[in-house]
Design a binder for this molecule. Structure first.
Ligand code: BGC
Length: 264
């Protein structure tokens, strides 16, 4: 699929109306064409299993499969569960450690052809998408998105502008890493009730709000689908809302990031 004919913005400059995002996780590589006007996918998303071991070469092969499935020829945004700074992958949570120190851009270009790419952290992408099209849509000020899964991902946006790679899941709270006490994996591993787990989440969110004074917390990850079971138990002063884009947020944010020419 070729990118849809660009529309003109007020200045007459061409702005794309569609873009492509790929969300790489420990178990799946998911992608789709994103309508930048609505933040919705054009058609279904497509997923392949993350190859094991999930080396850069193998994962980029999976990304190519997803992109080729749609016949997409335009720019591609890619998320990784990693810190990406200065164009280099610095950490690797739930993917092969061979990513660390890798510059993914030449590898993407040699595999998918020379086109625009953006590689960014998965939670940062989800935060951009939720802020623009989801739970943060009509909210202004400082928005913090936290994703609860195997770890805790974080994104901070101020009036829509991302501060990349905040990695607040690794912040020490009460002598312990936040994601070691309040990820949804911890809840599952320790068979905690929602109420008990919400106490740990509150401890972590209290630490975040004392430091950053956000106007809104958006809570994402699979467990946000059951938000009614735990969000009411949270004891935080900042308003908390569940993410609304669910499993498309990473794809949508990646598509936004490549369109914006972001290069964290
Ligand atoms: C990683 C982050 C990532 C988050 C969610 C954390 O363990 O350090 O980079 O955003 O998990 O995948």
């Amino acid at each position: 699929m070729a990118p849809e004919t660009p529309a003109d913005d007020a200045s007459g400059a061409a702005v794309p109306t569609q873009a492509f995002g790929v969300d790489v996780g420990g178990s799946g590589i998911k992608g789709g064409v994103v309508d930048l006007g609505t933040g919705e996918l054009v058609g279904e998303r497509f997923k392949v299993l993350t190859p094991q071991p999930s080396t850069p070469e193998a994962v980029v092969g999976g990304i190519k499969e997803v992109v080729d499935h749609f016949g997409w020829t335009g720019p591609v945004g890619v998320t990784l569960p990693s810190v990406v700074s200065g164009g280099v992958v610095r950490t690797a949570a739930n993917i092969d450690k061979g990513w660390i120190g890798t510059d993914p851009y030449p590898l993407l270009a040699s595999t998918l052809g020379d086109r625009g790419f953006c590689v960014l952290n998965d939670a940062d992408a989800a935060g951009m998408a939720e802020d623009a099209y989801g739970a943060g849509r009509d909210k202004s000020g400082l928005v913090m998105l936290l994703t609860f899964g195997t770890g805790i991902g974080s994104a901070i946006l101020f009036h829509g502008n991302l501060v990349p790679n905040t990695e607040l899941g690794h912040m020490e709270v009460g002598g312990k890493e936040a994601e070691h006490q309040a990820s949804s994996k911890v809840k599952d591993d320790k068979e905690m009730s929602y109420e008990k787990w919400a106490k740990h989440v509150s401890t972590v969110l209290n630490a975040y709000e004392d430091l950053f004074w956000p106007d809104l917390f958006i809570v994402g990850g699979g467990i946000s689908r059951k938000a009614d079971k735990w969000v009411p138990h949270l004891t935080v002063r900042t308003p908390v809302v569940p993410a609304t884009l669910q499993n498309t947020a990473g794809i949508v944010g990646a598509a936004m990031a490549v369109t914006a020419g972001l290069r964290p």
